[in-house]
Design a protein around this ligand. Structure first.
Ligand code: ACM
Length: 529
């Protein structure tokens, strides 16, 4: 069998090994039958649905003897967590996964081996669906391969979340962290506190860009997910081996909640935020507020089965607590040193609540300040330092430092780049970033669960703009967290160009490698980077 580099098939992310010819192989026809063992049935259904739509072929379920595509789980095959082996020859295609997720990733790879039109939703009526003969062995480098989507600053409709999940799964990413609340909006229905969505899920207008003094668009913005929407999202994600991790951001970034229930705050009734930034209106640290959020998190845990629950914890100014009688009383009663310890105390109470219900708290790296609660997981965003300190203290960490992980940051220095914010983060920079801080020993590095890119949406107001900011940088990120071995952008770029054909077929409006199309620019809207 000829030996090719994995790049010969333009697979993204690159698998551990891919050997074989680029000639076929197996041609799918109306007679092609598929089969699975019970553990792999979810992927069989996915494959029939997706490839069935793209090819127009029935891909009917057959018995194992006449099936040409066969899926199974074999935990004893030594493939590693989420690993798989895919073998295609003239006889058929066999996918063996270490677990159901592994089978799913094998099926994703199988789809990539077909022409890019395999990513369309209906057949074009031409061409043969031929898989090259190949042998792929593969498994991910990290267990946490995440994307955070901020649906608070700008709401994305449910259908876009489902589409986004498909795109994550296509890239073998497995965590969708939804930032559900912020100063500018509350996006998840909580039955016990209906005003959170009745009153706090919309704002009167939005700041346009970051110019000072601020400029506003004069147009209301809003939206929220009902509990049934969330159940659908979680279930859709689960079928694609994506875990949805919800974030309710406390005790800062809570202006929308305080608008709906002023007793949560220190400042009386305030509007839902219309500007971007960090604001002094924060939660009061009273028993009533804790009870409110315990109830909120209880409903959240009913909806989201994820092991991890994100409590935010970032960017919480302490000015109001310094002047607040109840906050100062709490500091004194609990023997706390200062307001940092007060925030830590608040997060600890939530940690007690979550851990008593079998969940794990994850928070932004500010939760290290004032002493982190035992067992919490830290999301390192203000550089690598939080991650390094947390790992050294024995905490699990997810790396998402701004410089390599913030997909709201500008993709080039060109004047045509829309609403430039942050530091330069090109596709190449995302590709070459190393998630594990060099300063960590091997033992400490074992606490790095993986990495995550964050999509903050102050300036991402539509799904079209989301596509522009996320792709193709997400394709590069997938390789950062999935693939092992050296990463060389010169080797990746030709593969990425082929991969863009898949994104085109899927209808993704990514940023072309050489810059925005005219309608992807945003003249006159000022950023800050
Ligand atoms: C963050 O970017 N405020 C986590």
């Amino acid at each position: 069998m000829p030996h090719d580099s994995p790049s010969s098939h333009s697979l993204v992310p690159r698998p551990v090994t891919a050997d074989g010819g680029s000639t076929g192989g197996l041609t799918l026809t109306a007679a092609t039958r598929v089969s699975s063992d019970p553990a792999a049935r979810g992927t069989l259904m996915w494959l029939q649905r997706e490839l069935g739509a793209a090819t127009g072929l029935p891909l009917a379920t057959g018995d194992e003897a006449d099936a040409r595509i066969r899926l199974s789980v074999d935990a004893g095959a030594g493939l590693g967590d989420e690993g798989y082996r895919l073998i295609v020859d003239d006889e058929g295609a066999i996918i063996v996964g270490n677990d159901p997720a592994g089978v799913f990733y094998g099926a994703q790879t199988l789809r990539q081996l077909l022409p890019a039109d395999a990513y369309r939703d209906a057949p074009l009526g031409n061409g043969a669906w031929t898989l090259p003969s190949v042998s792929v062995t593969d498994a991910p480098r990290f267990a946490w391969r995440g994307v955070m989507l901020d649906v608070a600053r700008h709401f994305q409709p449910k259908r876009e979340i489902l589409r986004f999940i498909d795109l994550l799964a296509m890239h073998k990413l497995n965590v969708l962290h939804l930032h559900l609340t912020d100063d500018q909006g509350w996006r998840v229905e909580i039955r016990r506190y209906p005003r959170l969505t009745e009153d706090a899920s919309w704002r009167t207008e939005s700041q346009l860009g970051s110019s000072r003094p601020p400029v506003f668009d004069g147009r209301p913005h809003g939206g929220f997910y009902t509990q049934d929407d969330i159940r659908e999202i979680v279930s859709y994600a689960k079928a694609r081996h994506v875990t949805v991790v919800p974030e309710i951001d406390v005790p800062g970034h809570s202006q929308a909640a305080i608008h709906a229930y002023p007793e949560l705050g220190e400042s009386g009734r305030i509007p839902v935020g219309t500007r971007w930034g960090i604001f002094e209106d924060v939660l009061a640290v009273t028993d009533e507020v804790l009870e409110f959020y315990r109830n909120v998190f209880d409903e959240l845990m009913e909806l989201f089965p994820s092991a991890y629950i994100h409590v935010g914890g970032d960017e919480c100014p302490t000015a109001q607590w310094k002047k607040s009688e109840s906050a100062q009383r709490r500091i004194e009663e609990e023997g706390l040193a200062d307001e940092d310890e007060l925030q830590s105390w608040f997060v600890r109470r939530l940690n007690d609540h979550l851990t008593a219900r079998g969940r794990r708290l994850v928070g932004w790296d500010e939760i290290l300040e004032g002493g982190p609660a035992p067992g919490v997981t830290v999301m390192s965003w203000r550089g690598e330092e939080g991650g390094i300190a947390a790992a050294r203290a024995g905490h699990d960490v997810v790396m998402s430092p701004t410089r390599t992980s913030y997909l709201d940051y500008k993709q080039s220095d060109s004047e045509h780049e829309p609403v430039k914010v942050g530091t330069l983060l090109r596709t190449e920079d995302v590709y070459l970033a190393e998630p594990v801080p060099a300063a960590l020993t091997e033992e400490e590095a074992a606490h790095v669960l993986g990495a995550q890119v964050n999509v903050w949406t102050e300036h991402i107001d539509t799904p079209r703009r989301l596509d522009y900011m996320v792709f193709p940088r997400l394709s590069a990120f997938a390789e950062q967290v999935w693939s092992t071995g050296e990463r060389d952008y010169a080797e990746f770029e030709p593969r990425l160009r082929r991969h863009l054909e898949r994104l085109d077929a899927a209808g993704v409006e990514y940023r072309p490698l050489d810059g925005p199309r005219p309608w992807q620019t945003r003249p006159g809207v000022v950023g800050w980077g």
